[in-house]
Write a protein that binds this ligand. Sequence first.
Ligand code: CA
Length: 227
Amino acid sequence: MCTQILIVEDEPAVADAIAYTLRQEGYEVSTAEDGAAALARLAAAAPDLVILDILLPGCSGFDVCREIRRSSKVPVIMLTARGDEIDRIVGFELGADDYVTKPFSMRELVARVRACLRRAGSEEAATPQLLRSDDLELDLSRCRVTLRGQWIRLNRREFDILWFLMSRQGQVVTREEILDAVWGPERYCDPRNVDVHIRTLRQRIEENPGFPRRILTEYGVGYRFVG
Ligand code: CA
């Protein structure tokens, strides 16, 4: 039985990016674009977790959360554009389990989803925390990368990009997909930023960064990580 996640978000680009990432992680995903649709879905099929945006048409995510709590204990992660304390307190008082502030990286969201499901006791044992390719190891739970047992210092963006590439080993990923996953679907940044970070990553993990063997360039498309 697959873990089911309901995404409640009215902006298709954001909902699609989250859905895509969670499906890649092995979750079953459904979406709702407003509170009424969310409550209908919740009643029809009990999901294991709800990702709930605060800014929705009609009623706010707060109202939806309050309504969910009338009948369900399903874990709720709120998405908020406003990171201020009031929102957090109100969110938790309404019964939300966690929140993520936009813009967020997909790695961050996946980590929150896993933690939330683990606390709720519905996380499947199969979800990998450790990604390995040859002598390169990425430990998601400890945010650590090692090459031949040696710790590699990466900044957050570099770590997130490497996680995204390694979790899709062998697949071609576009710059847009990397931007969505790492900078967040609501980011404003140039796709060439990705190239700059890839260059740094190659210097850290490739024996010969000029002739990379792990992170390959797919000309005109993006990149592909090979094991
Ligand atoms: Ca929204």
